[in-house]
Write a protein that binds this ligand. Sequence first.
Ligand SMILES: Cc1cc2nc3c(=O)[nH]c(=O)nc-3n(C[C@H](O)[C@H](O)[C@H](O)COP(=O)(O)OP(=O)(O)OC[C@H]3O[C@@H](n4cnc5c(N)ncnc54)[C@H](O)[C@@H]3O)c2cc1C
Length: 406
Amino acid sequence: MLSFDVVIVGAGHGGAQAAIALRQAKFDGSIAMIGAEPELPYERPPLSKEFLAGDKSFDRILIRPVAFWQERQIDTLLGRTVIKVDPAAHRLTTVNGETVTYRHLIWATGGDPRRLTCAGNDLIGTHTVRTRADADRLMAELPGVTQAVVIGGGYIGLEAAAVLAKFGKQVVLLEALDRVLARVAGEPLSRFYEAEHRAHGVDVRLGVAVDCILGDGEKVTAVRLADGELVPAQLVIVGIGIVPAVAPLLEAGAVGGNGVAVDPQCRTSLADVFAIGDCALHANAFADGAEIRLESVQNANDQANVVARTITGQEAAYHAVPWFWSNQYDLKLQTVGLSTGHDSTVLRGDLATRSFSLIYLKAGRVIALDCVNAVKDYVQGRKLVEIGATIDPVRLADAGIALKEA
Ligand SMILES: Cc1cc2nc3c(=O)[nH]c(=O)nc-3n(C[C@H](O)[C@H](O)[C@H](O)COP(=O)(O)OP(=O)(O)OC[C@H]3O[C@@H](n4cnc5c(N)ncnc54)[C@H](O)[C@@H]3O)c2cc1C
């Protein structure tokens, strides 16, 4: 049986940052990071961007090189999935039957891609994009593909569609709702991205339901829509969200459901067990205190820092401004704050210039910005979100007035 002062389950963004932050905080106890994937921690965002496009090799997306973990005596136990947590004994069991005990446990397992439940969902050629292995499988098939269907008009689906279009594939993007990015962005931004994708040759279909995936007995040949239409495809990418990977914790008695519930120090209801990142259900000040999960690198890293401080006896509480980015074609979107619950929007700049910001207001206060090719607005707008600034919408809309002056 292995024994560590801190065991981190999940060697992704949050897990890696927790280990890094513990050593930065001069924690000198033993640390192990247990990860289901065979790789050292790597950046996930490039999987639907530069890595998928072939512009960045895997080495360049490693969060730290191998020597970093060795030098800091952070044990990396990779290719191991934790299936059981015994909170009373402070003991974990992996799928291979190994047991590991901990003084503190940090659960940083992210989530598994939500899968289609319809017929044909397991045909060769149907992909999700969450891991390096997913991206490698997808990239290996690309040379034989002329027609691709992307199911889901969220960030990952849109980014993948942009890469495929760049490769010259015929891409059909299917979105069940009446606009892309409907859950995360205001309508002007959705319409802007729909138009951009169409201008790059992507056939964006809105308000469509998938009936099933058809194949030749082995490989995908088409997607059948609910109205009976067949959309031919040799490749299907499913980007319809994730299911937080928290089953072992919930089975151990942790409070939660859609994620595991944590307090401002990221403590779960189990003694000495923290949870961070995509799987952590937390009350977020930028969502009016609502219990949410955030799926972003920012959230995973900032929660990891809070846990490292808490374990090393420093005061900390999670109160970070949410931020996120998405790259599609030559468009760099940067978002700050959470737009959920906004009651009005202000467009700053001109959509036609492909450099603008959409500012979200709630009861007159700035709660979020989506900035497209507008880095200055993003940097200066951050402060407005932080303080919940109340600013005359006419001044906000005037791109001639810097946001910091507004
Ligand atoms: C294709 C893609 C593009 C993205 N683009 C962006 C972006 O542009 N900007 C942004 O901010 N965010 C982006 N994200 C989201 C971001 O990557 C996640 O929010 C972030 O990775 C969350 O970190 P995490 O540590 O919670 O989970 P992860 O990084 O997913 O790490 C979790 C790790 O835990 C492992 N694991 C799960 N269960 C177990 C278990 N039982 N035992 C052992 N190990 C386990 C998993 O295999 C995984 O390696 C993107 C995500 C994807 C998939």
